[in-house]
Design a protein around this ligand. Structure first.
Ligand code: MSP
Length: 526
């Protein structure tokens, strides 16, 4: 019986076309989903679109289209992005689906039954672009006299009848929960921000709107629609079959193992969401991880600046796997990072073409030229061999530990340290000399290299599935069981019997021209 693992991306607002930020969260989730599958877990991986609320209603009106037609169209762009990124999500949810309306209304009724909701009147500040309420004390005033949220969004004064959720009574219990689960919110700097926000005192939360009709109607009060964040967060339950708590999927996968998102929407996931769940008597997710934001050549990415990075364009320029690698490697996960084509080209050429690509090419060409294209028979291992193989054999455990903390960059650093060892090993063992001086030793050296490449190829599949598939093909590793992490328990000769024929090698990563990147960077500044 395999252990379950449930991971989610945020659901994306359909007011916008997909950009690098959406791609980033989705790719990180995909790497984890693939990793867990290879590690023997049964994975549910959810993504989708957030289609209700004022922001989407406004965009639809601006486009002169009915909101449903509008969301049908834009939601498809996110599905297409998922296909282009090679996402292995097991479901794609849209909040305008009937299954979701049912889940939202059931959760609402549950909160009402438990005395967590009351009718009142909201009077306060609201930022449509964040779909968020702000307290006066959080705002600044700009030159035009407008109130500005910490996110930079313009706020408007809003007054209307509204249902409220008794968030104010959950503060102490949230703090106790954070205390008892120190890894619930990561990274820890973000956790501290959340803790101080909760400590500063929570106000009851407005959870319905009457000024708006584009949303899930409140049961028995259809002049209200649900606040879009209550609606949106519920998607994580809907996809498992909620309100049917006896559904197989729900019993298997709830609570979620990981909700991953950008830092801007941490408060909703780390404060409101566990409060709603506790209030409804439902288990709280295991972890909320907030990643940082990308800037483009040092500037904030925004439509008005015209510097939005289109993931599809990146993929067509550099290829999917290099883009996946760059985004997971360049910036320590959790921190902000700056995108530039120059940085991209530098990494692809040094890490992929030089380090990994060359290693594979060198080793596999030697096999073709010196041992007739077949896996040779190894002899006894020397100290130098063990110094290479020990860390390679420990790689899975190191990578697993890093990924369990969402430290993608550390996982990749560990793999590249083994790759660097292997390149040095080729230099010091000089197989081209051994061919004449010690053919038996040559066999041992080549088998050690093939085995390191096999381990690297298997462990890197979640990051670069297509290219690592090609590497494993070239190493003669059959598709299936032999490419899962279980196969890493096998020794070199158990996994690749001597005599196995290997196909002639083909380059894995072409070098990228630097000129091209310079031209692009200048172009994008103009
Ligand atoms: N609809 C809400 C989420 C509801 S989840 C129950 C939402 N959608 S969004 O489309 O605006 O944002 C989706 C994700 O994109 C967020 O995790 C956000 O942090 C991320 N990013 C948007 N711009 C980004 C960058 N420039 N860099 C990295 N990620 C960024 O919020």
């Amino acid at each position: 019986m395999s252990k379950p693992y449930y991971i989610t991306t945020p659901i994306f607002y359909v007011n916008d076309t997909p950009h690098i930020g959406h791609a980033y969260t989705s790719l990180a989730c995909d790497v984890l989903a693939r990793f867990k599958r290879l590690d023997g877990f049964e994975v549910a991986f959810l993504t989708g679109t957030d289609e209700h609320g004022q922001k989407v209603a406004k965009s639809a009106a601006a486009a002169g289209v009915d909101p449903q037609a509008f969301t049908d169209k834009v939601s498809q762009h996110f599905r297409d992005m998922g296909t282009a990124l090679g996402l292995t999500n097991t479901d794609f949810i849209r909040t305008t689906e009937p299954r979701h309306k049912r889940a939202c209304q059931a959760l609402w009724n549950r909160l009402v039954e438990r005395g967590e909701v009351y009718l009142g009147r909201y009077a306060g500040w609201y930022a449509t672009s964040d779909e968020a309420f702000y307290q006066e004390s959080e705002l600044t005033t700009n030159a035009a006299g407008k109130k500005i949220a910490p996110s930079g969004s313009v706020c408007e004064w809003m007054e209307e009848p509204s249902y409220f959720f008794r968030l104010s009574v959950w503060g102490e219990r949230l703090l106790a929960f954070y205390d008892a689960h120190p890894d619930f919110i990561l990274p820890s700097t973000r956790r501290n921000e959340v803790v101080s926000f909760v400590k500063s005192g929570l106000e009851d939360l407005s959870i319905s709107r009457t000024a708006l009709t584009w949303g899930v109607p409140v049961p028995d009060a259809p002049e209200h629609v649900m606040y879009v964040w209550l609606d949106a967060l519920t998607n994580y339950l809907t996809a498992l079959g909620y309100p049917d708590e006896n559904a197989d999927r729900f019993r298997t996968f709830w609570p979620a193992d990981l909700h991953l998102m950008g830092k801007d929407i941490l408060r909703f996931h780390a404060v409101y969401w566990p409060a709603f769940l506790m209030a409804a008597g439902l288990p709280v997710p295991q972890r909320i991880f907030a990643h940082g934001w990308w800037t483009n050549e040092g500037r904030k990415i925004s439509k008005s600046l015209g510097n939005v990075i289109d993931p599809l364009e990146l993929i067509s320029t550099y290829g999917l796997d290099p883009v996946r690698y760059f985004l997971m490697r360049e910036v320590p996960f959790g921190q902000d990072g700056d995108f530039s084509h120059a940085a991209m080209v530098r990494r692809l050429n040094s890490d992929l073409a030089n380090d990994l690509g060359n290693l594979a090419q060198r080793a596999l060409v030697l096999v073709q030229r010196f041992v007739e294209g077949r896996v040779p028979t190894p002899g006894p291992l020397t100290e130098a061999d063990r110094a290479l193989l020990d860390p390679a054999e420990a790689l899975l455990a190191t990578v697993r530990e890093a990924l369990d903390a969402q430290a993608f960059h550390k996982a990749l650093e560990a793999v590249w340290s083994v790759i660097a060892d292997a390149n040095r090993y080729v230099d010091t063992q000089a197989p081209w000399t051994l061919r004449k001086t010690d053919p038996a030793r040559l066999g041992t050296v080549l088998v050690a290299l093939i085995d390191v490449l096999r381990r690297v190829g298997i462990v890197l599949q979640p990051f670069m599935p297509q290219t690592m598939g090609r590497l494993l093909d070239q190493l003669g590793v059959p598709v299936g069981e032999a490419r899962t992490f279980a196969a890493l328990a096998l020794s070199a000769s158990e996994s690749l019997p001597p005599g196995t024929p290997l196909p002639p090698p083909q380059g894995l990563f072409p070098r990228v021209e630097e000129q091209k990147a310079e031209g692009r960077d200048q172009g994008s500044e103009g």
